[in-house]
Design a protein around this ligand. Structure first.
Ligand code: F6R
Length: 596
């Protein structure tokens, strides 16, 4: 049993975590093993002291409340109860005080422990397991996916969902639970997805689902497309490198879904959002996906003449933005599960907007709640730092913006053809660039690894790209980096410029090139070290001395963001490798952020 649980945890490892644990019921008693750090530590514990049993729960924890210690690792035990939890119990402090007053002794710094104490209290008050579960759910506020064992009901597992995903797998004479279908893929692809507010009792061969009121409800079963094959690194030492080099193939697949290269038109992939009729567009996302959305804003405004409201989802959801039901909204998310993005989606849905989900995971919550799904088809992205998902998001947004422009009559048939033909060149140019620039980036990374701070500058779509370059570098190498609009340099960041501050300037030879060169001059005049990323024409026109110039081929403006992403990704990757960082699972980061 514990081997299967650990194998399933291994399949969720890519999401990021800092401790892990497992509990089973054996001969009527709860037993657990927990360990700090990587799953390997838990495996060692289990080798020293194996766990038996046919019913069990396991968890990888990403610390929110309390340090990532063994004591704070899940499962949490109280008298006769074991709990694993994803999410945050927002009213835990109030509950903790109330429980402490009636004698509960807390062992951990976590919010989760209140769940176990509440259940124990309700059992002591004389409630059955089912009743105690329902009573507990009425007390807790916040986000949770829960799996709970009761010592005196050893044949079942109780589960509940409010926010973070939870799936139930139907096996042959056995049942499974997991945070996603990938974890269950080796065991079953016959899946029931729980809705928010649902809770369930899972037995050996059955499941009974309840809504928040305690009414029995039916949730459909789906055949999941998640594959049981563990995605490998191929010949690459890290997933991040593999995913960078996979981009020509996955972009070709994504584009194949949205453009027809034979007649150079965007293909209509969904009639659920009428871009021709909408008043404006709202876009919301987090992190790298937000930066893809910011580039998308430039495209939708330029090609489709659509007003775009965009914000990071954690702000968007609370800003009380006046939204018109005649508008559409796009939510961009690799995982399709990010809590803030999902909340923004629901906010827009409640305001009557048509909802599009630009997601990599078609079975995700966002995909299921949207009116239209725009898959990015990047394949599983395991490296925590997003690379191929970013460029696939860009390719899809570019195609959607061109399609919207055509539908709205803001670009002509000829203009559409030229843009689509440019998009079609992406896979080939990406392949060539990846081949050409890798050796020089490896050398440059060694130099960059000696600096503590790096500034990235760009204009137009190169401005969000500058922020993405900085985000990538800081998250994998831990070098402090910031991305700025080049025109903002004079308004503050220029104060930082000296010989210890490399400035990476992203400057394709586009409408903004001359202005960006002026900003470079301002940097050079103050002794700043410039790393210029430009194209052949740009390189021939810039006469400024640089620390290094990376020269990419001349490409059409619409594909420049995807092409210029490549040196940024490689630079972050190789710098992190030189510095000996854990590239695929950087410290403190999680792949799927299902809490606020
Ligand atoms: C950075 C990165 C994150 C994610 C963000 C949103 O490399 O990967 O910034 O982009 O957490 O995640 P998704 O796209 O799953 O909503």
């Amino acid at each position: 049993m514990s081997e299967r649980l650990i194998e399933a945890l291994g399949r969720l490892e890519y999401r990021g975590y800092d401790s892990s644990g497992v509990a089973t019921i054996f001969e009527g008693e709860l037993h657990r093993r927990r360990a700090e750090g990587k799953l390997g530590n838990l495996k060692t514990r289990l080798k020293e002291a194996p766990l038996s049993g046919t019913v069990g729960i396991a968890h990888t924890r990403w610390a929110t409340h309390g340090a990532p210690t063994e004591c704070n690792a899940h499962p949490h035990f109280t008298d006769g109860v074991a709990v694993v939890h994803n999410g945050i119990i927002e009213n835990f402090s109030k509950l903790k005080d109330a429980l402490a007053e009636v004698g509960a002794k807390f062992q951990t710094d976590t919010d989760t422990e209140v769940i176990a104490h509440l259940l124990t209290k309700f059992r002591r008050d004389g409630m059955g397991c089912l009743e105690a579960m329902h009573a507990m759910l009425k007390c807790v506020e916040g986000a949770f996916a829960l799996a709970i064992l009761f010592e005196d009901d050893p044949a079942t597992i109780m589960v509940a969902r409010n926010g973070p995903p939870l799936v139930i797998g139907h096996g042959d004479g056995e049942m499974f639970l997991g945070s996603d279908a990938i974890a269950l893929a080796p065991f079953t692809n016959d899946i029931t997805y729980l809705n928010d507010g649902d809770w369930a009792v899972v037995g050996k061969t059955s499941v009974q689902v309840f809504d928040i009121e305690g009414n029995v409800v039916t949730r459909p079963r789906h055949i999941s497309l998640a594959t049981a094959d563990l995605v490998g690194k191929g010949n690459h030492p890290h997933f991040m490198e593999k995913e960078i080099y996979e981009q020509p193939e996955v972009i070709a697949r994504a584009l194949g879904h949205y453009i027809n290269v034979n007649d150079s038109h965007v293909t209509t992939t969904s009639t659920d959002i009428d871009f021709a009729g909408v008043e404006s567009l709202a876009i919301s996302a987090c992190g790298t996906a937000y930066l893809a959305g910011l580039i998308g804003k430039y495209w939708f405004e330029r090609y489709a003449r659509l007003i775009v409201e965009i914000d990071v989802a954690s702000e968007f959801r609370y800003r009380e933005i006046p939204l018109s039901p005649r508008s559409a909204a796009l939510f961009i998310s690799q995982s399709g599960e990010t809590a803030d993005t999902l909340a923004s989606l629901r906010y827009c849905k409640a305001h009557g907007l048509r909802i599009g989900a630009v997601v990599n995971t078609r079975e995700s919550t966002m995909a299921r709640e949207a009116d239209a799904i725009f898959p990015i088809l990047a394949g599983p992205e395991i490296g925590v730092a997003s690379t191929k998902a970013f460029t696939c998001q860009l390719a899809v947004l570019a195609a959607l913006a061109i399609g919207a422009g055509k539908a709205r009559g803001t670009i002509t048939d000829d203009e559409e053809q030229v843009l689509v033909q440019s998009l079609a060149t992406l896979p080939g140019v990406m392949r060539q660039v990846l081949n050409d620039i890798t050796p020089e980036i490896e050398l440059l990374s060694r130099e960059l690894s000696h600096y503590r701070d790096v500034l990235y500058l760009g204009r137009g779509t190169s401005f969000p790209l500058a922020m993405e370059g900085a985000l990538k570098l800081k998250e994998v190498s831990y070098i402090h980096a910031e991305g700025y609009a080049a025109g903002e340099l004079k308004h503050g960041p220029i104060a930082l410029i000296d010989e210890n501050m490399p400035v990476i300037v992203i400057a394709p030879h586009d409408r903004f090139f001359d202005k960006t060169v002026s900003n470079m001059q301002e940097v050079a005049a103050r002794g700043g070290r410039i790393i210029l990323i430009t194209d052949e024409t740009g390189a021939s026109m810039s006469k400024l001395p640089t620390m290094h110039t990376i020269v990419l081929p001349d490409v059409a403006e619409i594909i420049a963001p995807m092409i210029f992403s490549l040196p940024l990704q490689l630079l972050a990757y190789h710098t992190a490798v030189v510095m000996g960082a854990d590239v695929d699972q950087p410290r403190n980061l999680a792949k799927s952020v299902t809490v606020e």
